[in-house]
Design a protein around this ligand. Structure first.
Ligand SMILES: NC(=O)c1ccc[n+]([C@@H]2O[C@H](COP(=O)([O-])OP(=O)(O)OC[C@H]3O[C@@H](n4cnc5c(N)ncnc54)[C@H](O)[C@@H]3O)[C@@H](O)[C@H]2O)c1
Length: 448
């Protein structure tokens, strides 16, 4: 899901009718399962072959951004659980490249689409994409699959763009931390989908806070309140339980991590960033499911959370998120300090400090989604690998920890959250029977 407002730059793709041939131009040499030595060699070449796994809205946006980020990036292989999801992603990506050719009077952009028959579907699509000779992986499935997909990608020596959240539970977060460590040891780049970290105005505001612009920070408030969510897909007779849940993944916490960790995690990341990624001592909170109709399609996720985090230096951070129809949306942050207060509303460009030294942000807005890929490809070319592994894992756990606290009604410490062995997906995902996860009821839900 995109951060709050339904303005998703990823999806601002022209709807031009697809007419172009996707025939490949003279392809560069294919390196199946390249060794590390080969990867270093590839950096010196012009071509960086991109593979995407998870061809939905975000996967499509990320493909286009990856193709725009580097003159030598080409779309090489595509994978999705469902075969019919691949063609629209290929079509929109091709349209976007054709539009660039039209705008610039060139023919080079559309030649970046070189997928040919490297289109794979099913649960093992990831392995086929990895084996197709790609250099850079885009991992944009529902979060439940991210730890495993990242592990396989790093094992196969690929650079990775990896969407948030990076996991749905603590074992998944620990797996991602380990993959990030291995990526570092292999000099592979690992870029996260926490896109605000690549937005210049928010970056400027965070710098102002870190440089003492409000004095000593003591209180943080973040919100991620929206009016609705994706429409659920009504069940079809031919779908198994598992297929039904996968096609409504946002509504099932084992697949999405619940909206506090799937969507509102962007606002929780502002908290983490303001705290310079210091981890909290503990968290407690409330939540529930007040406006979601109890239909099969709306799964087991809640529709509101309110969380309080406590830090060792005395800072308290308050987060609220909800999906309530017919109510105002709000995605902002307020940082209070000993000498002033900072208001940050990135969607309308408000970045101000009121207090001893009033301040107004002056940075120019940029497309954060594009910037992520620009930075990723630049880091690959320059052999100066970027690695977002630790902060993306910690921010994901910060949100998961809040969900644990609210679901159970307990105070959850950072150590409890990080060391939890609760698996949200004990059963391997395959098409067939699958129990519907229960709607959590605090006080009866003992698991952390
Ligand atoms: N950073 C951002 O602002 C932002 C914006 C949108 C989405 N996202 C994140 O991107 C991810 C995808 O979101 P989306 O909106 O594109 O969802 P989506 O439903 O549009 O796309 C997900 C795709 O993954 C496929 N898929 C499911 N399981 C799979 C598997 N095991 N193997 C291969 N493919 C599989 C689905 O069929 C679907 O096509 C989520 O984690 C979401 O939180 C981030």
């Amino acid at each position: 899901m995109s951060p709050t407002k339904p303005i998703d730059p990823n999806l601002l793709i022209s709807r031009r009718v697809f007419t172009a041939s996707t025939a490949a131009i003279g392809a560069a040499a294919v390196f199946a399962n390249p060794s590390l030595g080969m990867i270093k060699g590839l950096r010196a070449q012009n071509t960086l072959k991109v593979g995407v796994v998870g061809c939905g809205g975000r996967g499509t946006g990320a493909v286009i951004q990856a193709l725009k980020a580097d003159p030598g990036s080409i779309l090489w292989a595509m994978g999705d659980l469902f075969e019919e999801k691949i063609q629209p992603c290929l079509r929109y990506s091709t349209e976007a490249m054709l539009d660039l050719d039209d705008e610039q009077g060139t023919t080079t952009w559309s030649k970046k689409i070189q997928v040919e028959d490297r289109k794979f579907h099913g649960f093992n699509a990831i392995h086929k994409v990895l084996a197709s000779g790609v250099d850079v992986m885009i991992l944009t499935t529902p979060p439940a699959f991210r730890p495993e997909h990242l592990k396989h990608s790093i094992e196969a020596n690929k650079h990775v763009f990896c969407e948030k959240p990076v996991a749905v539970d603590a074992p998944g977060v620990r797996s991602v931390l380990e993959s990030a460590r291995i990526a570092k040891s292999k000099s592979l780049s690992l870029m996260s989908g926490f896109c605000w970290r690549y937005q210049d105005q928010v970056k400027e505001t965070m710098n102002a806070i870190h440089n003492g612009g409000i004095g000593k920070l003591h209180t943080i408030q973040t919100t991620y309140n929206t009016t609705g969510w994706v429409e659920p897909n009504p069940r079809k007779a031919e779908w198994s339980d598992a297929e039904f849940q996968l096609r409504n993944w946002q509504y099932f916490s084992p697949l999405s991590a619940d909206h506090v960790a799937e969507q509102a995690v962007h606002a929780i990341d502002w908290q983490a960033w303001a705290m310079q990624d210091q981890t909290p001592l503990r968290c407690f909170g409330v939540g529930g499911r007040q406006t979601r109709p109890n239909l099969d399609e709306t799964g087991n996720v809640w529709d509101h959370f309110s969380l309080i985090y406590e830090y060792a230096n005395g800072v308290r951070a308050y987060h609220m998120c909800r999906h309530w129809p017919n109510t105002p949306s709000d995605n902002s942050a307020y940082f209070q300090g000993s000498n002033g207060n900072c208001t940050m509303q990135p969607w309308n460009g408000t970045h101000t400090i009121q207090g001893d030294t009033p301040w107004k942000g002056s940075a120019v807005s940029n497309d954060m989604y594009q910037r992520e890929h620009d930075v990723l490809f630049k880091s690959i070319r320059a052999n100066t690998p970027i690695n977002d592994g630790e902060f993306m894992s910690h921010t994901s756990l910060l949100a998961i920890m809040g969900r644990m606290a609210a679901y159970t009604g307990k105070v959850v410490t950072w150590e409890q959250a990080m060391n939890s062995n609760v698996l949200l997906n004990e059963q391997t995902w395959e098409f067939g029977d699958r129990a519907t996860p229960a709607i959590p009821v605090p006080g009866t839900n003992e698991e952390i």
